[in-house]
Design a protein around this ligand. Structure first.
Ligand code: GLU
Length: 445
């Protein structure tokens, strides 16, 4: 970065948010991308818009006490970062994972601003969660935790204010418990959460949306560069909701998905992953990916290994932040991988992205590539407002359109600002402009 204003601003962000490296990483990437934009349009500096953008509008942090199955009191921390509401109500998921602290929620909330803007739908950026670990907890414990979490969160959210959804550790079960508690506390049946069950206001295709959207985006990126999913070997990290539906759509588009992982290790099945087995293990039994061998003893399980060592044409990281470092990126390149698209949030380190870009690997950044989940959440909000629901085909068609547009808008913005082919810059710029221009209209506020 050469622009002195942006360099100084980044230093201030780091000093003001000490000990939050993930947030620094997310801000640094965006500020770098904005360099050509501010050089051309000094108004974004003079108006203070960028300075306002890197400071959350509101950070809510609260105690979440609950009682476990042994009658013992447990205390977790809850967060909601209402980052930016320039273009719509705060929107973004809740993450329940032991690694959650303010810095993780701030990085996710910041990313969400640009991602949500890219969808073209009227949603601002927010994120929340807790350091609660749902792994190994009974349904009753998860319910008591969710009810306690919502008892506080309900004071800060609303269908036109802030609409949370799921993320890592928060799926249909958790959304159900939280929606039930919200309804009970407020005596209101409104679309205050998305990712709801189909019997109480959920949208068809929301479950599939992030994984499907990732593949629609990747398909368009491949097509635009004379390549395709057909006949390609794909490695996907993770085995949760995003990974499962990315596997399904990539397979439908003609690829063979040969590997999936979890935090303990990875499986390789050269015939193509058997998704019914994975769904049963993860969605029904809430088990570990190594149980895949009970269904397919001929497959391979590598305990503690890194899934990026598996040779592939296309890599879709769908697990968590910074899961691809420089070494893994080099391995992928050496093995002939020609495209990477991010289903998780910020799964590639800056060094890894650099390796991909230097080696001509097509790279679809998270903000653009995984926006299908939140886009379909916004479609769920529209259906809730209408008190009406669309068919699976209608929602899926809108999702596909949105992802194709995100690809082209990002590619176009990159080209306009002299960075043709750099979708990282293009997505940041295209996402930024809509939010920044709205903030300009509001003045200092
Ligand atoms: N957690 C998802 C994301 O990272 C979805 C958020 C939502 O649906 O609001 O975008």
């Amino acid at each position: 970065m050469k622009n002195q204003y942006l360099i100084d601003l980044l230093e201030r962000v780091k000093a003001r948010n000490a000990g939050e490296p993930e947030f620094h990483q997310a801000v640094e990437e965006v500020l770098e991308s904005l360099e050509p934009v501010v050089e051309k349009n000094p108004k974004y500096i003079e108006s203070g818009v960028i300075e306002m953008l890197v400071e959350p509008e509101r950070v809510i942090k609260f105690r979440v006490p609950w009682v476990d199955d042994n009658g013992k009191v447990q205390v977790n921390r809850g967060f909601r970062v209402q980052f930016n509401s320039a273009i719509g109500p705060y929107k973004g998921g809740l993450r329940f994972h032991p690694s959650v602290y303010e810095g993780i929620i701030k990085f996710l909330g910041f990313e969400q601003i640009f991602k949500n803007s890219l969808t073209g739908l009227p949603i601002g950026g927010g994120k929340g969660g807790s350091d609660f670990d749902p792994k190994g907890k009974s349904d009753a414990e998860v319910m008591r935790f969710c009810q306690s979490f919502m008892t506080e969160l309900s004071k800060h959210i609303g269908a036109d204010t802030d609409v949370p959804a799921g993320d890592i550790g928060v799926g249909g079960r958790e959304i159900g418990y939280m929606f039930g508690q919200y309804k009970r506390l407020k005596n209101e049946f409104v679309g205050v959460l998305t990712g709801k069950g189909l019997t109480y206001g959920g949208s068809l295709a929301r479950t599939e949306a992030t994984g499907y959207g990732l593949c629609y985006f990747t398909d368009e990126m491949l097509r635009d560069n004379g390549k395709s999913f057909k006949g390609a070997k794909v490695v996907i990290s993770g085995s949760g909701n995003v990974a499962i539906y990315a596997t399904q759509k990539a397979t439908q588009l003609g690829a063979t998905v040969i590997a999936l992982s979890d935090s303990n290790g990875y499986i390789v099945d050269e015939k193509g992953v058997d998704l019914d087995a994975v769904k049963e293990i993860k969605e029904v039994k809430r088990g570990r990916i190594k149980e895949y061998l009970n269904y397919h003893p001929e497959a391979k399980y590598v305990d503690g290994g890194c899934v990026w060592e598996v040779k592939c044409d296309i890599a879709l990281p769908c697990a968590t932040q910074n899961e691809i470092n420089e070494e893994s990126a080099k391995k992928l390149v050496a093995n002939g991988c020609f495209a990477v698209a991010e289903g998780a949030n910020m799964p590639s380190t800056p060094e890894a992205i650099h390796v991909f870009q230097k080696n001509g690997v097509l790279f679809g950044p998270a903000k653009a590539a995984n926006a299908g989940g939140v886009a379909t959440s916004a479609l769920e909000m529209s259906q809730n407002s209408q008190r009406y629901s669309w068919t699976f085909e209608e929602v899926d068609a809108k999702l596909k359109d949105i992802m194709v547009n995100i690809y082209h808008n990002s590619a176009k913005a990159a080209e306009e600002y002299g960075m043709k082919g750099n979708l990282v810059a293009g997505a940041n710029i295209a996402g930024f402009l809509k939010v920044a221009n709205s903030m300009l209209a509001y003045g200092v506020c």
